[in-house]
Design a protein around this ligand. Structure first.
Ligand code: KQY
Length: 370
């Protein structure tokens, strides 16, 4: 059972932990809609299976699946992966699922943000989004975790935290008038303070070039650990990503975190540029009001969009020319974790990547027995 709590995580002594802190599980949601995923989502489903199996090695995975796809998903996923029936509009549980918060006494609750499909009727990616709006609440029911209903529109992919008081985000997304037009930067910072228990927000300008989420941070940069940030990078000055990443680097190098530390920035190469092929575009059902998939359009590929598991990093294989270099950098960042690549072009074709399709459930503090 999950009760809605009428206060805030900060007031109750809860905080959002960093993703590098231990997890007790991971949620995903099954891709299905043919106006986002080519060929009825069959290739994407194979990619989701590969991600789920790679994570399930050390963290129990739960897959949320519609009734129509339940038998199929159950038959292609390992028996140790829990499959639950849940209605969704699409398959991005980073953004539709709850953001879990923990306290120091073994408590775990979840934040249910409002969701408007990345911009509502002002550039959002589909309508309606009512099923996605209910996903966080349903996950919390199944997890038996109490729920905070946050007062703002926010997607989990638009924030990263270091678990020690610092949040990282982009102005392009959180200050976008298609999310919370009535709220100032200050008011958004106050909400992040109250819900994530962060004291400092580091604002980057824009996310990855052509990112259809209005610049989610999870495609551009993330915390490796407190004080260390991984940033998508390209040396190619003719690539629009260069200016975006250079500006982010400058902001990160001049920032201090909530503990007063300067940040070390590790650069990871951008794959590509990766473009949609004609063969890929033709497999997506064109539907008015949803994101078009056109041959030649650039995809927002990024190696920063990985799953930071308790003992493994599951990262997207996107470009043979850069995959090995990306793996090497991730090994350097996470020497105690196994770095595992999963072919992820099919996920990228849907508009995001491995971080966007996963939602970790943090482990709770183990209390010493007296
Ligand atoms: O980046 C994410 N967190 C989600 C990507 C959503 C793309 C929808 N087509």
């Amino acid at each position: 059972m999950s009760t809605t709590v009428d206060s805030t995580p900060l007031a109750d002594g809860y905080r959002m932990p960093g993703e590098f802190e231990p997890h007790s599980g991971c949620w995903m949601a099954w891709p299905e809609r043919p106006d986002n995923w080519r060929w009825g989502a069959k290739p994407a489903q194979q990619a989701y299976v590969a991600v789920a199996e790679a994570i399930n090695v050390d963290e129990p995975v739960t897959m949320a699946v519609s009734d129509a796809q339940f038998e199929h998903a159950r038959s292609v996923l390992s028996p140790s992966i829990r499959v639950v029936e849940m209605s969704t509009n699409d398959a991005w549980i980073r953004d539709t699922g709850p953001t879990f918060v923990i306290d120091g006494g073994g408590g775990r609750r979840g934040i249910d943000w409002h969701f408007n499909a990345w911009g509502g009727l002002e550039g959002g990616l589909y309508f309606p989004w009512d099923r996605d709006e209910r996903v966080a609440r349903k996950v919390l029911e199944i997890e038996g975790a109490d729920r905070y209903q946050a007062p703002i529109v926010l997607e989990g992919g638009s924030i990263h935290v270091d678990g020690q008081g610092t949040a990282l985000t982009t102005e392009e997304c959180l200050l976008n008038p298609n999310r919370n037009p009535e709220l100032s930067r200050k008011a958004i910072e106050q909400t992040l303070h109250a819900y994530l228990a962060v004291k400092k927000v580091i604002w980057l300008d824009r996310g990855v070039f052509n990112d259809e989420t209005n610049g989610h941070i999870d495609n551009l940069a993330c915390f490796v650990r407190p004080g260390v940030v991984l940033l998508t990078w390209t040396d190619d000055e003719s690539d629009p990503q260069h200016q975006i990443s250079s500006d982010a680097l400058r902001r990160l190098e001049t920032a201090t975190d909530a503990q007063g530390r300067s940040l070390e920035v590790v650069r990871i190469p951008s794959p590509g540029p990766i473009l949609i092929t004609a063969e890929e575009a033709v497999g997506v059902d064109a539907v008015q009001g949803t994101m078009p998939r056109r041959a030649g359009d650039r995809l927002a590929g990024s190696y920063a969009n990985f799953y930071l598991g308790t003992t493994r990093i599951v990262f997207p294989l996107l470009d043979e020319r850069t995959d090995d270099a990306a793996a090497e950098i991730l090994r350097g960042c996470f020497p105690d974790r196994e770095v595992v690549g999963v072919p992820a072009r099919e996920i990228l074709l849907g508009g995001g990547n491995i971080h966007c399709i996963t939602q970790q459930v943090p482990a709770v503090a183990q209390l010493a027995r007296t």
